[in-house]
Design a protein around this ligand. Structure first.
Ligand SMILES: NC(=O)c1ccc[n+]([C@@H]2O[C@H](COP(=O)([O-])OP(=O)(O)OC[C@H]3O[C@@H](n4cnc5c(N)ncnc54)[C@H](OP(=O)(O)O)[C@@H]3O)[C@@H](O)[C@H]2O)c1
Length: 244
C-alpha cells in the first residue's frame, strides 16, 4: 500500500486509534493533518512523529466555527483530500436511567453532530475517488448495559456512512465504517484492569485490541486494495460481535 503524497485528514488524531492511523499513513508517504481539542496533545503527537509530513490543527469537532476553521485550512492548502478519517469521539458509560441531558448532549454533539458537519463541510474538498472512513463501535449493533447514549451515537454514525456511500458514489468516493471492539487507548485508561480482563475473556480471541490493529484496518479501507469496497461495516474486535 502506497500513499505517497496523498492528503489525509484524521479528526481526533492526537491519541489512540487516530494517532496510530496517522503514524501508518506517514510511514507510507502521505501528508497527514490531525485535529484534536488540546493543542498540547497535538504538539506531543507532532514531536513523537517528527515528520514534516504531519500537520496539526486544534479544532473541536463539536463547534461549527472550528469545523469552518478546518475547512478554511483545507481550502487554503489548495489540495484535495484523498482520505478522510472521521475518528474523533468520546465515550461515557451510564445506564439509560442515569444518563443526564448534559451527558447525552456531549455524546451527540461530538460523535454525531460534529462528525456529520465535518463530513458536510469537507465533501466539496474530497478528490474524485477519495476514501472516507467513519469510526463507529461494535456497540452500534449490539446491546451492552451502560452504553445506551454512546451506542445510539454510533448507530447514527453507521446510518450517516450508509447515506454518504450512496450520495458520493457518483464521484467514485468510497465510504466505509470501521467498528472497533474494546481497544487499548487513552479512552479506556480509566477502566479498571479487572473489567478489561472480563471483557477480554468474552472475546473469541481472548484479548482486547491494540490501536495499531484498528489503524491497519482503516489504512486498508483507504487503499487501492479496497477499491471495490464501499458501504461496508468492518468489525475489528477479535470476533466479539458474533456473540451478540
Ligand atoms: N478505544 C475503544 O475501545 C473504542 C472502541 C470502539 C470505538 N472507538 C471509537 O474510536 C474512536 C477513537 O477512540 P480512541 O479510543 O482512540 O479515543 P481516545 O484515545 O480518547 O482519542 C480520542 C481522540 O479524539 C480527540 N477528540 C475527542 N473529542 C474531540 C472533539 N470534540 N474534537 C476533536 N477531537 C476530539 C482526542 O483529542 P482531544 O481530547 O485533545 O480533543 C483524541 O485525539 C472514537 O470515535 C471511539 O468512539 C473506540
Amino acid at each position: 500500500m502506497n500513499f505517497t503524497d496523498k492528503n489525509v485528514i484524521i479528526t481526533g488524531g492526537s491519541a489512540g486509534i487516530g494517532f496510530a492511523t496517522a503514524k501508518i499513513f506517514i510511514e507510507k508517504g502521505a501528508n497527514v493533518l490531525i485535529t484534536g481539542r488540546n493543542a498540547e496533545s497535538l504538539h506531543t503527537a507532532s514531536v513523537n512523529v517528527n515528520s514534516p509530513k504531519l500537520k496539526t490543527l486544534a479544532s473541536d469537532i463539536s463547534k461549527l466555527a472550528d469545523i469552518a476553521m478546518l475547512e478554511k485550512e483545507v481550502a487554503e492548502s489548495g489540495n484535495k483530500i484523498d482520505v478522510l478519517v472521521l475518528n474523533a469521539g468520546i465515550a461515557k458509560q451510564f445506564s439509560i436511567e442515569e444518563t443526564t441531558e448534559e451527558v447525552f448532549d456531549d455524546l451527540f454533539n461530538i460523535n454525531v453532530k460534529g462528525l456529520f458537519f465535518t463530513l458536510q463541510k469537507l465533501i466539496p474538498h474530497l478528490a474524485e475517488g477519495a476514501s472516507v472512513i467513519l469510526i463507529s463501535s461494535g456497540v452500534s449493533v449490539s446491546g451492552y448495559a451502560q452504553m445506551g447514549a454512546y451506542a445510539a451515537t454510533k448507530s447514527a454514525v453507521d446510518a450517516i456512512a450508509r447515506t454518504a456511500a450512496t450520495e458520493l458514489a457518483d464521484r467514485k468516493i468510497r465510504v466505509n465504517t470501521v467498528a472497533p471492539g474494546l481497544t487499548d487507548t487513552p479512552m479506556n485508561h480509566q477502566t479498571p484492569e479487572h473489567i478489561k480482563n472480563a471483557i477480554a475473556a468474552a472475546v473469541p480471541l481472548k484479548r482486547i485490541g491494540e490501536a495499531e490493529e484498528i489503524a491497519n484496518a482503516i489504512v486498508f479501507l483507504a487503499s487501492e486494495e479496497a477499491s471495490y469496497i464501499s458501504g461496508s461495516y468492518l468489525s475489528v474486535d477479535g470476533g466479539v460481535t458474533i456473540r451478540r
